[in-house]
Design a protein around this ligand. Structure first.
Ligand code: ZN
Length: 346
């Protein structure tokens, strides 16, 4: 059996190991991807840290970590006819069951039996990874493997911007981690007028500026509510994309959401939030909606079109590229807030 190097979570507790494991074989309906680039995500760090979320996420150990990747098809499982060896692909992480209500009504991305690639299955921090053929999305030659590896988080942000109807409108993006930065870039391309980015990290705010933010607010220095009301002549922001998961920031956002405004929720707060529903939601007619990943596959089509045309450039977010063996360094950089997106090369 031939072997490969992989970043493996062997047991509960903190840490990953760089280990030799068997190259997996694609099952019927799956393909084998030769991984060319993989990206580190906060979810991987939760699994590394083995925090409360990871302990309760139905993980099966040992597992190969990682769920953001692009590569080439190296082998086809039985019954796969729409992909060929050598095809360049990126991974969609949402693995749908294909037969629940959502799957049958065009909402596979919120399948009732949803599994996440690299969370509930072995992932892509390895030389090779298996993935359902449905989730191996072809990428055009204009999209590099490095950019291909971030299509999963980019798609989440791109869809949030799209559903926030930002064109000609004011948008506030709360939290400028990779998802927030991708939301800023997507909204700038879609024609947001004022694009206000909020974060407590000056490093991340600089990233937001590079991605097209017109105004930067740091809650440790600025009065966020006053500043946004002033920028919008007292009306409040037309739309908000929440990508911080910060409870106080979310509560505060209802103070500057305009009447009739749209509020996209992506961040995942660790506790419950109290809202004053009458004034801040009902009378305001706030349109609040969750975004869980990409539409399969209309978001992929639009996002890839935007990237391939050069109209959307994500380069400022891809701050680090390193060998996969240096995953520890990438995790520590991410934890210290000194990287936006770190790309690991097998
Ligand atoms: Zn389903």
């Amino acid at each position: 059996m031939s072997m490969m190097k992989a970043v493996v979570k062997n047991q509960p507790g903190v840490g990953f190991e760089f280990a030799e494991v068997a190259i997996p074989e694609p099952k019927p309906g799956e393909v084998l991807m030769k991984v060319k680039a993989a990206a580190l995500c906060g979810t991987d760090i939760h699994i590394y840290d083995w925090n409360l979320w990871a302990q309760n996420a139905n993980l099966t150990l040992p597992m190969v970590a990682g769920h953001e990747a692009a590569g080439e098809i190296a082998a086809l499982g039985e019954g796969v006819t729409d992909l060929q060896i050598g095809d360049r692909v990126a991974g969609e992480t949402h693995i749908p069951c294909g037969h629940c209500l959502q799957c049958l009504t065009g909402e596979q991305h919120i399948c009732a039996n949803l599994k996440i690639w690299g969370v509930h299955t072995n992932g892509c921090f390895a030389e090779y990874a298996t993935i359902p053929a449905l989730c191996a999305r072809k990428i055009p030659d204009e999209i590099s493997f490095q950019v291909g590896s971030i299509l999963e988080p980019l798609g989440t942000a791109f869809r949030a911007a799209s559903e926030s109807e930002v064109q000609g409108n004011t948008l506030v993006v709360i939290g400028c981690g990779p998802i927030g930065l991708f939301a800023v870039g997507s909204a700038a391309m879609m024609g947001a007028s004022k694009l206000i980015a909020i974060d407590i990290s000056e490093f991340r705010l600089a990233g937001a500026k590079a991605m097209g933010a017109t105004h930067l607010l740091n809650p440790q220095k600025d009065n966020v509510v006053e500043a946004i009301l002033e920028l919008t002549k007292g009306a409040g922001s037309d739309a908000i994309i929440e990508a911080s998961g910060n409870v106080e920031a979310i509560k505060q956002a209802f103070k500057y959401l305009r009447k009739g405004g749209r509020f996209a929720m992506i961040g995942m707060p660790g506790k419950l939030i109290e809202l004053e529903l009458v004034g801040e939601v009902v009378f305001k007619e706030a349109k609040i909606f969750g975004i869980h990943g990409r539409k399969m596959f209309s978001t992929w089509k639009s996002m890839q079109g935007a990237l391939a045309s050069g109209k959307l450039d994500v380069a400022p977010v891809l701050t680090h590229e390193m060998p996969m063996s240096a995953f520890e360094e990438a995790i520590q950089l991410a934890k210290s807030g000194l990287t936006n997106k770190a790309i690991l090369m097998p």
